[in-house]
Ligand binder design. Structure first.
Ligand code: ATP
Ligand code: MG
Length: 622
């Protein structure tokens, strides 16, 4: 029997194929890109092989990438499921339209970054099946590498009369900004000459002023109906050591200024972000126009497009709030299987394909709203259904003794049993009759003996109406084994059932001729006492009881589900105990489980996480 292939079906290695095989559903971003490709909007762009200004790219070659998108995380936390969607969109569009997607660490804010997060972000993107910057071996871009250009661009804006140093304090600036109904008031510093501004700005850079004492502002329109166009701050003084540039700078660009420049230096064509940034787009375009006018950047400029962010019920997607769960030890770290981080989802048993499916099924549009948690679970179920090996596990064990076993088979006899690891051949795969040259379908091997473990719920001394499983006088099949007839049970002095008693019906072994002549109404799962292995099983549930735990400023800590984790000792069949870490299974009748990537030890210390139940039947158990 050793000719059967190893039972470690890799469910994680086939990342983007789920989307590659399924027809693409069009959406507004695809339409925009298709129209740009048709019109040749970006056809004349050049690419110098690395990010840079107008002159740099002008000296390069015509860009072979038809489009350039980017994924620009701030390295201030672990990526979550919302980022997974953004990754699938940006890298997926580049893949589908002959383009390149850049990974760029948006590290312009010196206070918040941490190198710890950088490697986890790289891992997450690779795990989802993508390469960045046009090659698997490329280095990601870093926004902080562009500080020099950003400073130069700011000097240009000042010289051209498009920026000024404002010395109003924070409170004055806030008051003078006005609000939705009220236009802003010009700063008294707004009329300074470019020469004065340039000197001030250089002094800012040279550390001559206190943190927060002044800012550089774009000079646009204090009466604009869009508050973001009322002379937004573009540079601030902040003495902070930056993880990349150290103490070179004591002034740092604001995000709204830095981001469009990062896109432009990288020759991004379609800069895709979430809807919160819609009001920033006029400034994005304004800045691009000014810097193209000045010859610092080449045309055509990148364009920003917004889609609605992914919100999933019972899930929090804010790095800051997820960090709070970790630091307050409400969960066991960023990769706790209850966390919606990519590392958490992975440890929970989610596959790259399941997250690609989620990105597809939730669509890309400007319409907001919430995706039901069951949609996420459905994506995993649909991926694992045909891929995850089956196995039997008893989660709440009670012993069943076949009292006539020794008479029928001889004392101590263990009968070998074989069951397919995958019940239905996956679509397109060869069916049961295995033609020559095609690998045989994987099999599981285990034994049955006088004593087996069954789930407590599969026996009732007095059966409720309609109950078809074990009760005195009833026959059931031990799945993959024999038909047995229940004869009663043994209880301890407290009335707790310690053993269920049955007799085995000879000549009914599954798969042998005539085994079906004894009809039964139910088959139950079981594990042989002789070869069952104890396993730690972590029964996870949703982390929150409230569908929108942080909506409307609610304290999400209050709706933490107190029973989001129950650890049990189950008994599993040998093929499960021999799982590789991260291997996914369907525990028959119970759900999908994954061998824990961290704690599971193959063969000797099996540890499984509940990934998702077999069907959607969730109700909060309070
Ligand atoms: P958070 O609020 O969790 O910190 P963020 O948007 O600040 O998220 P960034 O690291 O700045 O995180 O985001 C990188 C990219 O991921 C951005 O383009 C952002 O729009 C996108 N993104 C973040 N959250 C979601 C989400 N829930 N749905 C879709 N895209 C998202
Ligand atoms: Mg952010």
């Amino acid at each position: 029997m050793s000719s059967s292939p190893p039972t470690n079906l890799k469910t994680t290695a086939s990342a983007p194929s789920a989307t590659a095989d399924t027809p693409k559903v069009s959406n507004f971003l695809r339409q925009i890109i298709e129209s740009d490709l048709e019109k040749g909007t970006y056809a004349s762009r050049r690419w110098a092989g690395s990010p840079g200004d107008a002159a740099h790219h002008a000296a390069g070659q015509p860009d072979t990438a038809k489009i350039r998108t980017r994924f620009p995380p701030e390295p201030n936390g672990y990526l979550h499921i919302g980022h997974a969607k953004s990754i699938c969109i940006n890298f997926g569009l580049a893949r589908d339209y002959g383009g390149v997607c850049h990974l760029r660490f948006d590290d312009t804010n010196p206070e918040k970054e941490d190198v710890e997060y950088v490697s986890s972000i790289r891992d997450a993107i690779k795990w989802l099946g993508f390469d960045w910057n046009g090659s698997a071996n490329a280095e990601p871009y870093q926004a902080s590498d562009y500080f020099g250009f950003m400073y130069r661009a700011a000097q240009y804006l000042i010289e051209a009369g498009h920026a000024y140093v404002d010395e109003q304090n924070v409170e004055q600036m806030r008051l003078n900004r006005g609000d939705f109904g009220k236009p802003g008031v010009n700063s008294p510093f707004r009329t300074r000459t470019p020469a004065e501004n340039l000197t001030k700005f250089r002094d800012m850079r040279d550390g001559k002023f206190e943190d927060g004492s002044m800012v550089l502002r774009a000079k646009i329109d204090m009466a604009s109906p869009n508050i973001n166009m009322r002379d937004p701050a573009i540079y601030r003084i902040r003495r902070a050591t930056h993880h990349n540039t150290g103490d070179t700078w004591c002034i740092y660009p604001m995000y709204t200024y830095a981001h469009p420049i990062e896109d432009a230096l990288e020759q991004i064509t379609h800069s895709i972000c979430t809807l919160e940034f819609e009001d920033q787009r006029p400034f994005y375009d304004w800045l691009m126009e000014r810097l193209i006018e000045g010859g610092l950047l080449g045309a055509p400029a990148p364009r920003q497009y917004e889609f609605s962010r992914l919100n999933i019920t019972y899930v929090i997607t804010s790095k800051r709030k997820l960090a709070q769960l970790v630091y307050d030890q409400k969960v066991n770290g960023w990769d706790d299987p209850r966390m919606p981080t990519i590392v958490g989802l992975r440890r929970r048993g989610y596959t790259p394909t399941s997250l690609h499916l989620l990105a597809d099924r939730t669509g890309t549009s400007k319409a907001g709203g919430w995706t039901d948690y069951s949609t996420l679970e459905g994506c995993l179920r649909d991926d694992l259904e045909t891929k995850a090996h089956r196995g039997m596990a008893v989660l709440n064990p009670v012993k069943l003794i076949m009292t006539n076993w020794d008479d029928v088979f001889g004392a101590g006899h263990l009968e070998p049993c074989t069951q397919p690891a995958l019940p239905h051949p996956p679509h397109g795969a060869p069916s049961a009759a295995t033609p020559e040259g095609v690998e045989a379908p994987p099999q599981r091997h285990f034994t049955i003996g006088k004593e087996v473990w069954i789930d407590r719920e599969d026996f009732e001394e007095i059966p409720p109406k309609g109950y078809k499983r074990l009760f005195p006088g009833n026959k059931v099949r031990l799945k993959g084994g024999y038909v047995i007839e229940c004869t009663g049970c043994i209880k301890d002095i407290n009335g707790v059932i310690t053993d269920v008693l049955a007799t085995v019906v000879p000549d009914t072994k599954s798969g042998t001729p005539g085994s079906e002549t004894v009809k039964v109404k139910a088959a139950i799962t079981w594990v042989g006492v002789a070869n069952g292995v104890n396993a730690e099983v972590r029964m996870y549930d949703r982390l929150f009881l409230d569908a929108q735990p942080d909506a409307g400023g609610k304290d999400f800590i209050e709706s933490l589900n107190p029973s989001s984790l129950k650890v049990i000792t189950a008994i599993v069949e040998p093929s499960l105990a021999n799982a590789l870490p991260d291997q996914k299974f369907q525990f028959e009748r119970h759900g999908y489980f994954v061998a824990d990537r961290v704690d599971h030890v193959q063969g000797t210390r099996p540890v499984f996480n509940l990934a998702v139940g077999l069907k959607d039947s969730w109700a909060p158990h309070r």
